[in-house]
Design a protein around this ligand. Structure first.
Ligand code: ZN
Length: 231
């Protein structure tokens, strides 16, 4: 999460999950140094606000983006934020990560292509379906986003992309929604769920991102203009 980058640098254990930081129902942070600056404290409060209502479990989340009720949608966006946090920390249960934790799995090949090792970077950035969706998004937003192969590469480019805050925010939402969709799709295949079809992925990304940006009051375009030009 770009706006929480500062907190991430202050986190003493970059590998800690949010669940690790939740002790007996209370947030228990371990920062590298004390900070008294109000900007940083405000940032901590903002992040807690965003993530506090999420139940941290190991179970797989349900498909929720069909829901139109505001409350439910807010939960979806919170889930995406937590998902991104786990991407940053490389804490998602890819087959490579599971085998690195000595969890017995039969194969480490990618569930989508069976061609490469299923690492986080492969699934979200390089696997053929991810690659194709990134390409579609690039054309849709009409921005020369380079081909990136990791979150780090993406955020490095993004941090150096100097545009208005509104454009920045919108693209960040779109890319976060994209990555989340790819991950959900991979899980749907893995768990043999028919709940999500490949051919609606791009439409769903545009729809979820639209709701998300509108819910933050930062959108003054109609759905039709959003489809033509989101930024
Ligand atoms: Zn693959």
């Amino acid at each position: 999460m770009k706006r929480y980058n500062r907190l991430f640098h202050l986190e003493s254990n970059k590998e800690a999950t949010l669940a690790n930081r939740l002790v007996n129902g209370c947030w228990n942070w371990e920062w590298l140094r004390d900070f008294t600056g109000s900007r940083t404290s405000n940032l901590v409060n903002a992040m807690i606000n965003e993530i506090d209502h999420i139940q941290l479990t190991n179970s797989d989340d349900d498909w929720l983006w069909e829901a139109s009720i505001d409350g439910t949608f807010k939960m979806v966006t919170q889930k995406i934020n937590v998902f991104i946090w786990r991407v940053v920390l490389n804490r998602l249960p890819t087959r490579l990560n599971l085998s690195a934790r000595c969890i017995e799995i039969q194969r480490i090949g990618c569930v989508l292509c069976d061609w490469c090792v299923e690492s986080l970077n492969h699934v979200l950035f390089s696997c053929s379906m991810a690659f194709e969706l990134w390409r579609k998004i690039r054309v849709w937003v009409d921005v020369q986003i380079p081909v990136v192969s990791s979150w780090k590469e993406w955020i490095q480019w993004f941090d150096g992309w100097h545009v208005t805050a509104k454009k920045e925010d919108t693209l960040y939402v779109i890319i976060s929604t994209l990555l989340w969709h790819i991950w959900r799709y991979k899980n749907a295949i893995l768990f043999n769920s028919k709940s999500f079809k490949k051919n609606v992925m791009f439409d769903s990304i545009r729809s979820v991102a639209y709701k998300w940006v509108s819910s933050r009051g930062k959108l003054d375009t109609s759905w039709n203009s959003w489809l033509i030009s989101p930024l």
